[in-house]
Design a protein around this ligand. Structure first.
Ligand code: COS
Length: 380
């Protein structure tokens, strides 16, 4: 058993930490306030190689494993959860193409999203198919004559949906077969018949855009099918296993960031003639926050390790995400409480962290869905 990062991972963490402190932290409050998609940050993450992390070098990526990806996402989430979400969700598109795409698709699309500055997105959810993803109704019917899939339907709550150049869309190529008729189709921004609908106004992660996607007789070449027809649900579930480790990393970063802010604050804040770090009530809060965060960290890295090794990780990813997201809420709540009135004000980042933490219990599968996944695996 080895709980150590490699030397290369220690170096990567240092680089990611410095990047987050110098490039991400200074604009995090503004990005939140304006609800602004930080294009410059995405460009910088492309330049430094973070957008290609987890994609093999021979396919245009920066290489590295799921552990490396988690290290980077965690460091960025400490300073700006929205930017970490953008990066984490972006990498799902590349992961889908890398794992299920054919040679031509990998050659064509992976360099564009890993080093070309284009954003990728993943679209499964529909207005009436959230937790029950298998009831999605969007169709992609093959027109044999033209050799094109014709997409019709609406996707909602799609992270980066309005900004993405390339999207993995899950649609029924055979509407009579339910989830066994679902396929994964790659759609490019600007394809006629594909438009962006409502951009959501949210409680948190304001910089990470959440969009509705509308397909109205949108035609894409049949070469855009990723994997085999009818395997879309399997592809989506498999991709979500990885995405859930990404959310656990985001949640871990939020918790670690809130804890760091709190430790600074308790040494500075003087009440009753001493720093509040000397009050036992505060010490016990911090002990709980640190212990639970440590637990979240190792569960997340264990799931990432299993994925990296090609071992089953569905249950572990669900456990890591469930635990880390509940912890992010717990820690940000106590961190805000310890900061008192200051924590509630926008001069400090705590209220943003508290709002940002909540989504980690909801997206890429709610906590309740993770309990379904975990209990099925444990009980059988
Ligand atoms: N990896 C690969 N395949 C998987 C899988 C996984 N982790 N989980 C399930 N599958 C496969 C199953 O093997 C099954 O295939 P076969 O019939 O060929 O054996 C198929 O998918 C259906 O599985 P299941 O019967 O478990 O499907 P359910 O409809 O019961 O749904 C849940 C399972 C609830 C877990 C799933 O719908 C889910 O994760 N929902 C949440 C969706 C979500 O996270 N959305 C977030 C937003 S994404 S934009």
């Amino acid at each position: 058993m080895d709980f150590k990062f490699t030397d290369a991972q220690i170096m990567l963490q240092k680089v990611a930490k410095e990047f987050a402190e110098t490039e991400i932290a200074p604009i995090a409050a503004e990005v939140d306030k304006l609800g602004y998609f930080p294009k410059e940050s995405f460009e910088k993450m492309t330049k430094i190689g973070f957008t290609g992390i987890g994609t093999p070098v021979e396919h245009g990526g920066s290489g590295g494993s799921d552990i490396d990806k988690a290290i980077v996402v965690t460091e960025i989430a400490k300073k700006c959860a929205a930017t970490a979400a953008i990066l984490s969700i972006h990498t799902i598109f590349a992961a889908v193409v890398e794992k299920f795409g054919n040679k031509e698709q990998k050659e064509k699309y992976l360099p564009r999203v890993t080093q070309g500055g284009s954003l990728g997105a993943f679209a499964l959810t529909e207005p009436n198919a959230g937790s029950d993803a298998a009831s999605a109704k969007t169709t992609a019917i093959l027109d044999e004559e033209s050799g094109e899939y014709v997409l019709n339907g609406t996707k909602c709550f799609i992270s980066g949906g309005g900004q993405a150049e390339y999207l993995a869309i899950f649609a029924l190529t055979d509407a009579t077969k339910g989830l066994k008729g679902m396929s994964c189709i790659l759609v490019e921004k600007g394809t006629p018949g594909f438009s962006i609908g409502k951009i959501e106004e949210k409680m948190g992660i304001h910089g990470s855009e959440t969009a509705e996607l509308i397909f109205d007789n949108c035609r894409v070449p049949k070469e855009n099918l990723i994997g085999m027809e009818g395997k879309g649900f399997h592809i989506a579930m498999s991709a979500l296993d990885g995405a859930r480790i990404g959310v656990a990393a985001q949640a871990l970063g939020i918790a670690e960031g809130a804890l760091e802010e709190t430790i600074k604050y308790v040494h500075e804040r003087v009440q009753f003639g001493k720093t509040i770090a000397q009050l036992q009530g505060i010490q016990w809060y911090i002990a709980d926050m640190a212990t639970k965060t440590e637990c979240a960290k190792w569960m997340m890295y264990r799931a990432a390790y299993l994925k990296k090794e090609g071992l089953p990780h569905t249950k572990e990813a669900a456990m890591a995400k469930l635990n880390a997201s509940e912890n992010a809420r717990f820690v940000t709540n106590l961190a805000l409480q310890i900061h008192g009135g200051y924590g509630y004000m926008r001069d400090y980042p705590l209220e943003r962290m508290y709002r940002d933490a909540k989504i980690t219990e909801i997206y890429e599968g709610t906590s309740e869905i993770h309990k379904v996944v975990i209990s099925r695996a444990v009980i059988g």
